[in-house]
Design a protein around this ligand. Structure first.
Ligand SMILES: *Cc1c(COP(=O)(O)O)cnc(C)c1O
Length: 428
């Protein structure tokens, strides 16, 4: 019997908590009875189990910058698969991957591969604490850095979508070492350092936050974080799990010209397979075992299939004109959406860097989590559902980004804008 998404979801809920393996996927924030169960994907499109076709702006939440099933990525995975799936021993592929990352990300001299963005941030923080001999951590409201204990304080993404301040199960003794401040507010950072400076191991930040919707750093903000952390001997950690290889070939650090001490990567560098990485200056990275004494390990780390998919992705992203094409596609989509909203008399704010962007239903600038929360959630839900009915698959939350890929052709972008125009007209 052919089953639809609703039936799959009912069965899923009997075996999997909430029926999903990651909370936002349940589509609760947009009031769907069931999320789409996906059957397959190709280019900029996904098909659900009922055979319906959608233009996809979730892009697996960031990795699919080339679009789904790029032939060169598929070929690379197949080639790796012919030789084996995992050895738990060093391989040439992971050396090539490390080299590709060190070549492109300006501040990274050495890098360690892990299996997820969560592992990357968790490990980078452990290393920063060991390196400085300090415990406290500064993060920013609405930034999401995965689900490690220290980082589930005022976090973005699903935590923001579900409206929970932190998480039960995180000991107060751990949470008290995390100080969460408003983004884009250097005064708040200075005041915190005046009070706790000598205890602060690191500041961790998404240089272009993508988990409260997309928010852009004010001019001088990232540089300000760099200066303050240097003054106090704290490390600056850029969580570039989304922005790495997305907003520029060398990530946000290249785009804004600010070099962190440590960088976390994930998503794109796995080409759609599970992966993460953290890297930085040699002197700091050499603290990791077996070179140093900070323990961090992984049975499947540097997995050959993930390395093959990631390397093929990075290779294609290295071709001439790729980031210009991503910029053009992002500009076409978001300018089109803004114009359509204006024509319909609907207040929106568009925040965008290249192929990463967000549309907020508000008339005031969105520069922080506090301002993102001011957007009209009911309008987003109505918009989301009309877009879905029109065949456009968006992230099911007002606090998530839209990811444009190289596979989003002009026709698909135009269709998206036309669907949005019709949706905006009905929002009054
Ligand atoms: C997705 C994300 C993470 C977590 O990565 P996972 O692979 O989901 O563990 C961390 N930081 C940022 C900025 C992310 O967007």
């Amino acid at each position: 019997m052919e089953r639809n998404s609703t039936e799959w979801f009912r069965q899923a809920q009997t075996y999997i908590p909430g029926g999903v393996n990651s909370p936002v996927r349940a589509c609760k924030a947009v009031g769907l009875a069931a999320p789409l169960f996906i059957e397959r994907a190709e280019g900029c499109r996904v098909w659900d189990v009922e055979g319906r076709e959608y233009i996809d702006y979730v892009g697996s939440w960031g990795p699919m910058i080339l679009g789904h099933r790029h032939p060169k990525v598929v070929e690379a995975i197949e080639k790796a698969l012919q030789r084996g799936t995992s050895y738990g021993a060093p391989t040439p592929l992971e050396v090539a991957m490390a080299g590709a990352i060190v070549d492109r990300i300006p501040s990274i001299e050495m890098v360690r591969m892990v299996n997820s963005g969560t592992e990357a941030t968790m490990s980078a923080i452990r290393l920063a604490r060991a390196h400085t001999g300090r415990d406290k951590l500064v993060k920013f409201n609405g930034c999401y850095h995965g689900h490690a204990d220290s980082l589930l304080v005022e976090a973005g993404s699903g935590v923001a979508t579900l409206g929970i301040p932190g998480s039960p199960g995180v000991p107060a003794d751990i949470a008290r070492h995390t100080l969460s401040l408003p983004f884009n507010d250097l005064d708040a950072v200075e005041a915190t350092f005046l009070k706790y400076g000598p205890e602060i191991a690191a500041v961790i930040v998404e240089p272009v936050p993508g988990n409260m919707g997309v928010v852009l750093p004010h001019d001088g903000y990232l540089q300000g974080l760099r200066t303050i952390t240097e003054t106090y001997g704290s490390l600056l950690i850029f969580d570039e799990v989304i922005s790495g290889f997305r907003v520029a070939p060398g990530g946000a650090q290249e785009l804004y010209g600010v070099l962190p001490d440590l960088t976390c990567l994930g998503k794109i560098i796995g080409g759609g397979l599970p992966v993460g990485a953290y890297g930085g200056r040699k002197e700091i990275m050499c603290g990791i075992a077996p070179e140093g004494s900070v323990y961090q390990a992984g049975t499947l780390s540097g997995n050959p299939l993930a390395m093959a998919a990631g390397l093929a992705t990075l290779e294609l992203l290295g071709e001439a004109g790729v980031y210009e094409r991503l910029e053009a596609a992002g500009a076409k989509l978001f300018q089109g959406l803004a114009q359509a909203a204006k024509a319909a008399g609907i207040d929106v704010v568009v925040n965008r860097v290249g192929s990463l962007g967000s549309l907020f239903f508000t008339g005031s600038p969105v520069t922080s989590f506090e301002t993102a929360l001011q957007c009209n959630k009911d309008r987003f839900v109505a918009y989301y559902r009309r877009m879905l009915d029109c065949g456009i698959y968006l992230a099911p939350s007002p606090f998530e980004a839209a990811f444009v890929s190289l596979a989003h052709d002009p026709g698909s972008l135009e269709k998206t804008i036309a669907c949005a125009a019709a949706a905006f007209d009905k929002l009054h």
